[in-house]
Design a protein around this ligand. Structure first.
Ligand code: MET
Ligand SMILES: [Zn+2]
Ligand SMILES: [Zn+2]
Length: 417
């Protein structure tokens, strides 16, 4: 059996997982109070910033001995995507802990409540057990609304004086689980667009065949988009690129038809139809090419189509460069990070582009190097999925890895001269 001490980090993880932070109505107040009480018990400084009412940003600070050096920021988000409880084997905010397998089931267990608690547990051990003193100041930020684009969260934070005053030199943010022994590390995210295409057309009797109906117009577009999607996916299936290195265009909704009390009117062809797509662009993709394709092929005005592209955040940094952090010897942070993972007994896979998107893009936009990392090896990738879980042993190993990473990053002083 495990000692009481060993179980405590798990207890705190489960407590944090039990706050219902799912959109569209995430509870931010309770988890922020909980994290503040954790920070107080370790002796960290804390403050909350509210750039938008009821969207708190929690900032915890562990002052370094040389506050003139750029600081380290460890970021995570407070919010979660929704869950469909009926489709889960345990309620998504119960943090059910299986005594047989050690799996802890909860929405947010992988994405990304694990890292918030791991950061704090690692810092707790460094302060209370190892009596470690950082040279650089270490900040932990817990931000709202990442899952809906971060506009009222990280996007506001990075524009603030409070952020500038932190003088952040290097950022760690969330990554993704690994299904093998290696940990994964991410140097860039794909940029998300929401694409909505609308078709208009002649209405008519359900029995009639005619040209240019709204459904026909929309479905022609859906076919073309499907072909494009297949062309990208074929590159992945042929092993010539990773999922995250191609452009994905996935249909997420279809809306058409004339509602009736029992469903839809079946003998009328509607005059309007629309479809929504989640589009993700790798950092080096040319957004203008895809914009042109949308205008000319996917939603051409000549087929009575219109469209809306909602760009969810920046795609280039302040100098117009793709949002990427270097993972070679020219970036000293990379070497320090890599060495720290290795010395904790971890193995790192080849640095990757993240298929999804994180708040790290807002900091990369400022030119600050940021790596995505969630130390979960031998774990199925369950973010945004049913029955999201993390094993207790994997969680605890992650705490050890962060102890090494945080102590190394905060001790790193660039050789002078
Ligand atoms: C609309 S921004 C997207 C944020 C979310 N983490 C995702 O990758 O889907
Ligand atoms: Zn996340
Ligand atoms: Zn997510």
């Amino acid at each position: 059996g495990k000692s009481h001490e060993e179980r405590e980090p798990i207890t705190r993880f489960k407590q944090y997982l039990r706050f219902n932070t799912a959109h569209p109505n995430p509870n931010y107040t309770a988890p922020v109070s909980f994290l503040i009480s954790q920070a107080q018990s370790i002796g960290l400084q804390f403050k909350t910033l509210e750039f938008v009412p009821n969207k708190p940003i929690l900032l915890l600070t562990w002052p370094g001995s040389d506050p003139s050096l750029p600081s380290i920021l460890l970021n995570s988000h407070l919010d979660s995507v929704p869950a469909e409880p009926d489709k889960w084997s345990h309620p998504p905010f119960s943090a059910f802990h299986s005594p047989e397998t050690g799996q802890i089931f909860a929405r947010g267990s992988q994405d990304d409540k694990c890292i918030a608690i791991q950061y704090l547990e690692a810092i707790r051990n460094l302060i209370l057990v190892k009596n470690f003193k950082p040279i650089r100041t270490v900040h932990v930020s817990c931000v709202p609304d990442e899952e809906i684009g971060g506009f009222d969260g990280m996007a506001k934070f990075v524009e603030s004086n409070e952020f500038r005053e932190l003088n952040v030199g290097f950022v760690m943010d969330e990554g993704q689980a690994s299904t093998n022994d290696d940990f994964r590390v991410f140097y860039a995210d794909r940029s998300p667009w929401h694409l909505i295409i609308r078709a208009k057309g002649a209405p008519g009797h359900g029995s009639r065949m005619f040209d240019n109906g709204a459904m026909e117009n929309l479905m022609k577009s859906v076919e073309m988009i499907t072909k494009f999607r297949e062309s990208q996916f074929d590159v992945v299936k042929a092993g010539r690129a990773a999922n995250s290195e191609v452009i994905s265009v996935n249909p997420v909704y279809l809306k058409a038809g004339i509602p009736s009390p029992t469903g839809f009117v079946m003998n009328m062809q509607p005059s309007e139809a629309k479809a929504g797509f989640d589009v993700r662009l790798p950092p080096t993709a040319d957004p203008d090419l895809i914009r042109r394709r949308i205008a000319e092929e996917w939603a051409p005005a000549i087929r009575n189509m219109s469209y809306e592209i909602i760009e969810k955040g920046p795609i280039r940094d302040y100098k117009g460069r793709p949002l990427m952090t270097l993972t070679d010897d020219s970036n000293p942070w990379w070497s320090v990070f890599k060495q720290a993972v290795t010395s904790a007994g971890g193995k790192l896979g080849k640095p990757e582009i993240l298929a999804s998107t994180t708040d790290a893009r807002y900091m990369r936009q400022l030119g600050i190097p940021a790596l995505g990392f969630s130390p979960m090896a031998n774990t199925p990738i369950l973010l945004h999925d049913h029955n999201e879980f993390l094993k207790d042993t994997v969680f605890l190993k992650g705490v050890e890895v962060y102890e090494s990473v945080i102590s190394s990053l905060s001790s790193f002083v660039e050789p002078s001269g």
